[in-house]
Design a protein around this ligand. Structure first.
Ligand code: NAG
Ligand code: NAG
Ligand code: NAG
Ligand code: NAG
Ligand code: NAG
Ligand code: NAG
Ligand code: NAG
Ligand code: NAG
Ligand code: NAG
Ligand code: NAG
Ligand code: NAG
Ligand code: NAG
Length: 675
């Protein structure tokens, strides 16, 4: 008998280069970068445009300058290749700026609390390549100005940047993400990728952190500091990469910033080693007697921040949640518990923590029985309980549970204002902060869903045309705290509010011409001025701050609906919440494997959903609502599991949740019955 012709198909391999939507990735494809265009030019510069090509011949004659635009925020070391020169004693200067506001032929934007950073000068003695010393790498800039301020001329044939962010990734693979995201809303798509890229540019070689040479010397009371010196050559962590607060400034490790940045890293690049290097550097300078952790990593002067101390603990808990790496958790567990005890020692007779240090994210009034600090403490104690369970170290669980219960009870007794429907900052004020109210929802300090809904409704009412203001920081919009506000809206069930805030605030941060169109700013005023209340020096504001990347993780986790519930995804929840969107598609990898979910709403009220989770894991699936009578059929693509069929009686039927779903590739189709 003749055998039938058999076709064998190779299994589809999920390799990173095969990830969809890579056209949105902003990371450069090579480490050698050239300007994209000329921004402005003064004086006599011949062929200024030519430096955007591979064969340049820009001639700077007498007093002249050209500002170049790289199109996106970048980071690195500049090299100028000089052709002919009028004589052997010429100078060419270079200035850098993230925002177009500070493009100048006199100075860079700023890294100190006052003034502007000095120009980087090259003494040009003849043709050749002139490269800045490594401590003169600039951590972030979109604009670079070449300045000639003397008689004579210099021909520049190339102005190149050696890109230095993501130092531990291969030169041609800086954009090799392990995660992706897509919807039918182009603005949200750009926001997701700009968040991912912001965290990448904040990932630096740890030998080139900020030396903080002017800290507490040049400060905001020195208003006329000019020609401020700058260099970045302080070793801030071990290893070969570190996640810092901002790319230009401060280039040091801050645990608070990591609370937003790390989940964004997990869903885009899964760059776990960088997170470990950064957390390790904080525990490395823990006070081993008291357990106190630093406000910030080296070389920041030692000081206490109640909240940043807790954020370091949250960083370790997040690391375990997203990796399931028990060895790493175990290596820090003793120090972790000592640090928790330090925090618990601030709880007084009221059952709440009394905050005695003002240091937080540069808000004012951080002290006493503060709602934000107590919500974060409540959250951390709950993490302590789940980590202790994972490690079978159960001795303290009952006492921690009692402490957490008391915080919840007393915060609601002392700090909840039922008339206003929000928490006050502490019991001696009427101020109702954005940070504490958002954190109360995120940490589940609220006693019921109506409290969460009321907070969400009240926060929405405060929005200005530029975003969600933080009343606890004067006239400021904080992209950091607004990242927690977004989570609060999702948790309170108002998906529209979460998406609207992303479009309003992050849309402004991306599209305004003073921004970089690629990375997210640290803070600004509630009226859209690029003035951030805690600073007098506007040129100092960082335009690439990891703490401003909240939407990236929220879009993947809440909108596409991929929630990691335990140990690197051993258990998970798939629960898409599309709001007004028609499509949400996301995926990312953890040590356990690949997670993805794609949901599409049909024109006929029906919808389809495909999701994938690793073999051996299990979870629950929350279906989108089917707004009609009909049925939902869920099938494992390889036929490993029984089909699940759900009859939906009518449009008012409640949400459908299927528990105990095995890891695998699933396809779900929801259809309305024939009329
Ligand atoms: C050109 O001159 C103007 C006016 O002095 C200045 O604002 C601008 O920064 C200069 N641009 C460059 C590239 O030199
Ligand atoms: C800054 O330094 C440059 C070069 O050393 C000098 O020409 C200039 O006058 C200085 N500017 C100020 C405002 O001191
Ligand atoms: C950093 O660079 C400055 C300026 O070049 C230099 O004076 C200083 O010694 C360097 N510090 C370290 C730790 O290398
Ligand atoms: C690097 O690790 C060693 C050993 O733990 C430690 O002594 C040192 O302080 C660390 N350095 C930094 C910059 O974190
Ligand atoms: C640790 O804290 C104690 C109590 O505040 C203090 O006396 C000690 O100097 C600190 N140790 C270090 C290494 O800073
Ligand atoms: C209580 O909150 C208000 C508003 O933030 C603040 O001004 C005040 O200093 C706080 N009290 C303490 C003890 O920190
Ligand atoms: C918090 O502690 C400080 C310093 O010990 C004390 O002055 C203050 O009264 C305490 N605040 C409250 C609300 O108990
Ligand atoms: C905790 O106990 C369980 C059940 O005995 C065991 O499977 C697990 O490996 C233990 N975990 C650790 C970190 O020791
Ligand atoms: C609660 O908030 C309302 C409305 O903002 C305000 O009028 C009232 O004074 C507050 N109550 C207390 C006890 O602060
Ligand atoms: C939040 O707290 C309430 C009790 O106040 C509890 O019933 C509920 O399960 C908690 N929610 C989560 C997600 O832990
Ligand atoms: C949900 O948020 C939107 C703003 O996006 C707002 O208009 C609406 O009132 C909010 N819904 C509730 C119940 O607060
Ligand atoms: C901003 O960047 C996007 C790509 O991310 C690009 O399509 C758009 O043209 C840029 N906008 C401006 C004004 O340059």
């Amino acid at each position: 008998m003749k055998l039938p012709w058999v076709l064998t198909f190779a299994p589809l391999l999920i390799s990173t280069s095969a990830l969809p939507y890579s056209e949105y990735i902003l990371a450069p494809s090579s480490r050698t970068l050239r300007p994209l265009s000329v921004h402005t030019s003064n004086g006599s510069v011949g062929n200024a445009e030519s430096l955007t090509t591979t064969s340049g011949n820009a001639i700077f004659q007498d007093d002249s300058a050209t500002a170049y635009d790289f199109g996106i925020n970048i980071a690195g070391v500049v090299s100028l290749i000089v052709g002919s020169v009028s004589d052997s004693n010429q100078y060419i200067g270079v200035t850098f700026s993230e925002s177009s506001l500070w493009v100048s032929n006199k100075s860079c934007d700023a890294t100190a609390d006052a003034g502007k950073d000095e120009t980087l000068w090259f003494h040009v003695t003849g043709p050749g390549r002139y490269t800045a010393p490594r401590e003169k790498e600039r951590g972030a800039f979109r604009y670079m100005t070449l300045v000639h301020a003397m008689t004579g001329s210099v021909e520049v044939t190339a102005a190149e940047i050696h890109y230095t962010a993501m130092p531990h990734w291969p030169d041609d693979a800086i954009g090799n993400y392990s995660g992706y995201f897509h919807t039918d809303d182009e603005l949200l798509n750009r926001i997701w990728y700009a968040g991912a890229y912001t965290n990448q540019i904040c990932t630096i070689d740890p030998h080139y952190g900020d030396a903080l040479i002017h800290i507490r010397k040049i400060n905001s009371s020195v208003s006329d500091a000019t020609n401020v010196t700058w260099y970045t050559n302080h070793t801030i962590t071990n290893g070969t990469s570190a996640l810092v607060d901002g790319a230009k400034r401060d280039r040091i490790v801050w645990a608070g910033d990591m609370a937003i940045a790390v989940p964004g890293v997990v869903v885009s690049t899964d760059d776990v080693i960088t997170i470990e290097n950064s957390l390790n550097s904080l525990f490395d300078i823990q006070n081993t007697t008291t357990g106190q952790l630093p406000y910030a990593g080296r070389p920041f002067p030692s000081s206490l921040s109640t909240t940043y101390h807790l954020y370091t603990l949250i960083g370790v808990a997040d690391h375990y949640l997203y990796t399931g790496n028990v060895e790493y958790l175990t290596s820090l567990w003793g120090k972790w518990k000592l640090a928790l005890d330090f925090s618990l020692s601030f709880i007084d007779h009221s059952g709440l923590m009394n905050v005695t240090s003002p240091s937080d994210w540069l808000r004012f009034g951080m002290g006493g029985h503060n709602i934000e600090a107590n919500a974060i403490l409540y959250y951390t104690i709950n993490q302590a309980i789940s980590l202790a369970e994972a490690l079978n170290d159960t001795a303290s669980i009952a006492s921690w549970q009692a402490t957490a219960d008391a915080i919840k009870e007393n915060a609601n007794l002392l700090l909840w204002n039922q008339t206003a429907g929000m928490y006050v900052d502490n019991e001696t004020t009427t101020l109702m902060p954005q940070d504490g109210n958002s954190w109360a929802v995120v940490s589940n300090l609220t006693l019921n869903s109506s409290q969460a809904e009321s907070i969400s409704t009240n926060l929405v009412k405060r929005w200005t045309p530029y975003g969600a203001p933080a009343l606890e920081a004067a006239d400021a919009i904080s992209p950091f705290i607004s990242g927690f506000e977004i989570q609060a809206h999702f948790l309170a069930g108002n998906v529209t509010a979460a998406l609207d805030l992303m479009r309003l605030q992050w849309g402004f941060m991306l599209n305004d011409p003073r921004m970089t169109n690629s990375t997210f700013i640290e803070g600004y005023s509630s009226t859209g001025e690029l003035h951030y209340a805690p600073y007098l020096n506007d040129a100092r504001i960082s335009h690439a701050h990891g703490w401003a990347t909240g939407p990236t993780s929220s879009l993947t986790m809440y909108v596409a609906g991929i929630h990691i519930l335990s140990a690197g995804g051993q258990t998970w929840r798939i629960a898409p919440e599309l709001g007004d969107l028609k499509l949400a598609d996301a995926g990312f990898s953890t040590r356990l494997g690949f997670f993805s979910a794609k949901t599409e709403m049909g024109d006929d009220k029906g919808w389809t959903m495909r999701f994938q989770t690793p073999e051996g894991t299990s979870g629950e699936v929350h279906f989108p609502k089917l707004a009609c009578a009909g049925q939902i059929l869920m099938q494992e693509t390889d036929g490993k599991c029984e089909d699940v069929l759900v009859e939906v009686a009518d449009a008012d039927s409640g949400p459908v949740v299927i528990d105990g779903v095995a890891g695998g590739q699933w396809h779900v189709k929801a259809t309305c019955s024939e009329e």
